[in-house]
Design a protein around this ligand. Structure first.
Ligand code: FE2
Ligand code: FE2
Length: 171
């Protein structure tokens, strides 16, 4: 897991704030997916053994918990996506306003990642397979944070320092 405290900060504070939130939300998503995975694995073996009232009540509670987790996962994915859309829009508004030379490449990378994010999130539904949950957990814990870290230390760092040097102030 990537530690945001060890991530270099960029020259515009609103970007640092939003990057931190994206890392936090991805970590929270990973934890929810892992608990959904554990419940799925536990639920499968447990349902085979249900033959007493106590076990039935327990299974019912598992299903309700699973439903709650599922709603939370969907909400968190929506938040992560809408926050990312807004974050990219703000960066693009700054790049446009200050005439940042590499704004075309930077915006193209944003579009590519938004599509990737939408594709990944579309894999989720409350009945999705253990393999898909596992895939999404790796995306939330590893692939997305690694992309974000790389984007911060390359494109975002260059863009924020250019805007800062040209008089741009943070929100
Ligand atoms: Fe950014
Ligand atoms: Fe960016």
């Amino acid at each position: 897991m990537i530690d945001f405290e060890c991530t270099p900060q960029v020259a515009l504070e609103f970007m640092n704030r939003e990057h931190r939130k994206a890392f936090d939300d991805a970590n929270a998503l990973k934890r929810l997916l892992d608990s959904a995975l554990a419940l799925r694995l536990f639920g499968t073996s447990e349902s085979e053994a249900v033959d007493e009232l106590g076990d039935e009540i327990e299974t019912e509670m598992e299903i309700k918990t699973s439903q709650l987790d599922s709603d939370e996962i969907e909400q968190l994915m929506e938040t992560l996506l809408s926050d990312t859309v807004r974050h990219f829009e703000l960066e693009e508004e700054f790049m446009e306003e200050y005439g940042f030379p590499a704004r075309g490449e930077h915006s193209e990378e944003h579009r590519r990642v938004l599509q990737w994010m939408k594709d990944e999130h579309s894999l989720w539904n409350r009945d999705c397979s253990i393999e898909k949950i596992n895939h999404l957990s790796i995306y939330a814990a590893d692939r997305f944070p690694k992309w974000l870290l790389n984007h911060i230390v390359t494109m975002d760092t260059v863009m924020a320092s250019y805007i800062h040097r040209h008089g741009g102030t943070s929100l």
